[in-house]
Design a protein around this ligand. Structure first.
Ligand code: RB5
Length: 157
């Protein structure tokens, strides 16, 4: 699986550790969009880079990391077609795939141990979307996305 991974300065340490852990595993090929140091940056810039790769189909999914995960979630979920899920444990990571068809996993770099993040990613990587009643709910999200688009264009007139 090809995964774009991005972070801000507060997520840099966890991003590097995750890449290191999966170097042995080889089940994920990471496309690292930065940031590449602990120098202060703005998380929306990196959320955008990851999301664009997911939406263009260049990668299968994305992982985003900032201090809390909140800023990355807010930004990524502004993009139509992105289902970015901020998760804190293995169960949530699994449910975000099974119920929400998560295509971007968001992690809180300042509140997450490397070993837990790796376990979460492995679960998120392999679990499929359950479909069924959850499909209907995702359709409703798509409907909201369409409505929001119309709303914005009507506002501009
Ligand atoms: C950066 O200090 C911090 O605000 C950012 O990483 C993130 O937690 C924002 O939601």
């Amino acid at each position: 699986m090809k995964v774009a991974i991005g972070c801000d300065h507060a997520g840099f340490g966890l991003k590097e550790a995750i890449k290191m852990e999966f170097r042995k595993d080889r089940t994920i090929e990471f496309v690292d969009v930065g940031t590449y140091s602990t120098e202060s940056v703005d998380y929306p810039d990196f959320a955008k880079k990851v999301v664009e790769k997911v939406l263009s189909g260049e990668v299968d999914r994305g992982i985003l990391i900032c201090g809390t995960g909140i800023g990355m979630s807010i930004t990524a979920n502004k993009f139509k077609g992105i289902r970015a899920t901020l998760c804190f444990n293995e169960e949530l990571a699994g449910l975000s795939r099974r119920h929400n068809d998560s295509n971007v996993l968001v992690l809180p770099g300042r509140f997450m141990e490397v070993s837990k993040a790796v376990r979460m990613i492995k679960i998120w990587q392999k679990l499929p979307f359950d479909g069924g009643r959850h499909e209907r709910r995702l359709e409703k999200i798509k409907e909201i996305e369409r409505h929001t688009e119309n709303f914005v264009s009507e506002e501009k007139q």
